[in-house]
Design a protein around this ligand. Structure first.
Ligand code: IMP
Ligand code: MG
Length: 186
């Protein structure tokens, strides 16, 4: 038992299933970009802090290409479980003009965060931009977002672990679990 296990109602995606999916995504990304990248070009992998770090750390080791890493912080006003739609960039990436960019996110929920980050980045003329999200909660979508590489579609439940947090906790759980509602309603 881990200290955080007591706050989890159920395990939604086990560690081994995540590991398998990450291998599949890495192989697919490798295949697709092997054709896109010139011999001297590197894939620019941009992680959305902080939720994507665990996923990104595992995923990049399954990508058999030359990669560079960068990070962004976007925050949305609203409470802990509900996005307001107003997104601000708190930390930006370096120059992406002419680069092949792969954006890494933990979860697409309302879609507001990824829709606005993608819109901002597309204006900077990258050679290409694609989104890879570990999780997708399609039933909660309020704005359209194209997810090019998706790990798992999940139902409308608040999940934590494998990078995802509630009140800054649970990111270090190795699986994805549904948080007990009493934890975020108390
Ligand atoms: P969106 O802008 O509503 O799509 O929300 C995206 C952000 O909300 C994600 O990057 C997460 O940080 C957070 N989020 C949405 N759903 C969950 C969840 O179930 N658990 C933890 N964080 C979540
Ligand atoms: Mg996030």
């Amino acid at each position: 038992m881990r200290i955080a296990d007591a706050d989890i109602a159920k395990v939604l995606i086990e560690q081994e299933r995540i590991h398998q999916k990450v291998q599949e995504l890495g192989a697919e990304i490798t295949r697709n970009y092997s054709q896109k990248l010139a011999p001297d070009e590197h894939l620019l992998v941009v992680g959305m802090l902080k939720g994507s770090v665990v996923f990104m750390a595992d995923l990049i080791r399954e990508i058999d290409l030359h990669c560079e890493l960068d990070f962004m912080i976007a925050s949305s006003y609203g409470d802990a479980t509900e996005s307001s739609g107003i997104i601000t960039i708190k930390q930006d990436v370096k120059d992406i003009e002419g680069r092949h960019v792969l954006l890494i996110e933990d979860i697409v929920d309302s879609g507001f965060t990824m829709a606005s980050v993608l819109e901002i980045l597309k204006k900077r003329n990258p050679a290409s931009i694609a989104l890879c999200s570990l999780l997708d909660k399609p039933s909660r979508r309020k704005t359209q977002v194209q997810i090019d590489y998706c790990g798992f579609e999940i139902p409308d439940e608040f999940v934590v672990g494998y990078g995802l947090d509630y009140a800054s906790r649970y990111r270090n759980l190795p699986y994805i679990g549904v948080l007990k509602p009493e934890i975020y309603t108390k």
